[in-house]
Design a protein around this ligand. Structure first.
Ligand code: EPU
Length: 434
């Protein structure tokens, strides 16, 4: 099994370039099959979730041609089935976007129920409610969502909760429905805006993405497009926090500072310096960070996807912090792993964690239990004394492009090794002593 080994205690210094946004790219790749004409996608992140989705659309019959490391050309015309049965699709959350895309274009979709990180119950009732409101008959059978309609007709849909996935999925279907659809209580995350912008670049008529009311006028076909994915705000936030955690000085390039406001505000509040430029941010920390309270909220609030990394920073901050998770019920599994490293964190009332700042973390063997847990443990390893081994790194590779390489370029001591390769592990550990 592959794992990361990290020798902590080195400040991160230098520049890092942020890759394309995972959660935007997943929506965009699914949307790309809705045109019969060629779609050129740029700045796709090199991560396993995107690889799986690309293989999934190729299995439907779409032409998928790699163009360099970050580019892909997709042609939806040869799609010959609406049954998405590429096995690995079950592993990723965003497989559900194929439901909206196929239903919108072909009025039929058969897609595996989504997988993704185990961070609590993740219902999809709002997606199904939206499809049904557009006139589709939807059933869950044999582990699949099966949706079909003779015609999709625009509708007025009020989401009962703010859901990124449901907003994007219903938007996909609605942009090829007949007439007007209004989505109320929509999610406002940058990836919702990005998928809407991409669909509009193919000729869709979507207005209001980024606000809680999205208005869509259906069209009968979508044309080709060339489109570059926005930078990943969570990857950027992770590097910002890693810089602050290691008392480093890092210029994080290719970001949209506006998307990072919640993270920037908290970092400044706990004592890091953040300088904003047009498309980069510099984070410098020179002294011990201070405690704060965090509450995750839909955008533009503090993102749930940054909760674990932020809490990790607070484990060594001065004083007691309270971290409250309002989006997912089970996003505190990483707490036990951090405890192995000497953190003093306890979960109270299910959705809050009390973090008592300790002087230091110490290296240990820990497991990445989900994607952001993995990122948090890597940041913990960078701060800790001694060697940290992070297992189950396939979770991390789902969402961070070349993470160890980017960290090494900033001066971190981190290697990806096979757990059977004792020689490599020994060599890395020996370097600590030597
Ligand atoms: N919800 C429902 N019913 C639904 C849909 C959602 O009750 O039909 C609830 C969920 O249980 C949750 C809340 O609404 O409590 C928000 O869920 P949302 O649908 O917004 O999440 P998602 O679309 O499944 C995406 C990202 C997540 C990110 C969340 C919140 C993708 C592929 N995933 O998930 O990303 O945490 O939005 O911003 O876009 C990650 O990248 O690590 C990750 C988990």
């Amino acid at each position: 099994m592959e794992q990361y080994i990290i020798r902590g205690g080195k400040p991160l210094v230098g520049e890092v370039v942020i890759s394309g946004a995972k959660n935007a790219a997943l929506g965009v790749v699914a949307a790309a099959i809705m045109s019969d004409e060629p779609v050129q996608l740029r700045n796709l992140p090199v991560i396993s979730d995107i690889e799986i989705l690309l293989r999934g659309i190729a299995a439907l019959g779409a032409i998928v041609e790699k163009q360099g490391e970050h580019g892909t050309r997709v042609i939806g015309r040869p799609i010959h089935t609406c049954v998405a049965d590429y096995d690995d699709l079950r592993k990723i959350r965003a497989s559900y976007y194929l439901c909206g895309a196929l239903l919108g274009k072909y009025k039929r979709a058969e897609v595996p129920l989504p997988g993704g990180c185990n961070i609590g119950s993740r219902p999809i009732d709002q997606h199904l409610k939206g499809f049904e409101a557009l006139g589709a008959k939807v059933v869950i059978q044999h582990g699949k969502i099966i949706a079909e309609a003779e015609r999709l007709i625009g509708a007025h849909i009020y989401f009962d909760c703010t859901s990124v996935g449901a907003t994007i999925n219903v938007m996909l279907a609605a942009c090829m429905a007949e007439g007007q659809t209004v989505l109320e209580n929509s999610a406002k995350e940058p990836h919702v805006v990005e998928v809407a912008n991409f669909l509009n670049s193919m000729g869709a008529k979507i207005k209001g993405a980024g606000t809680d009311v999205i208005r869509i006028t259906g069209v009968t076909s979508l044309h080709g497009s060339t489109y570059s994915i926005i930078p990943d705000q969570i990857e950027a936030g992770t590097f910002m926090m890693a810089a602050a955690a290691t008392k480093g000085d890092v210029l994080i390039k290719n970001v949209i500072p506006k998307h990072l406001e919640a993270v920037t505000a908290k970092l400044v509040e706990i004592g890091a310096e953040v300088e904003e430029f047009d498309d980069s941010v510099r984070v410098v920390a020179t002294k011990r960070l201070q405690h704060t309270n965090i509450k995750t909220l839909p955008y533009p609030g503090f993102p749930t996807d940054m909760q674990q990394v932020m809490a990790t920073l607070l484990t060594v901050a001065e004083g007691t912090s309270i971290v409250t998770e309002t989006i997912y019920e089970n996003r505190f599994m990483y707490v036990d792993e951090l405890t192995r490293m000497g953190a003093a964190v306890r979960v109270v009332e299910g959705n809050s964690a009390v973090v008592e700042g300790v002087d230091k973390l110490t290296g240990a063997t820990v497991r990445a239990l989900d994607l952001r847990c993995g990122a948090a443990l890597i940041v913990a390893g960078l701060m800790a004394d001694g060697i940290t081994t992070v297992e189950q790194i396939e979770y991390v590779e789902r969402g961070y492009e070349h993470f160890p390489q980017k960290l090494r370029e900033l001066g971190a001591a981190i290697e990806k090794v096979d757990s059977d390769d004792q020689a490599a592990i020994h060599k890395f550990s020996y370097n600590v002593v030597g």
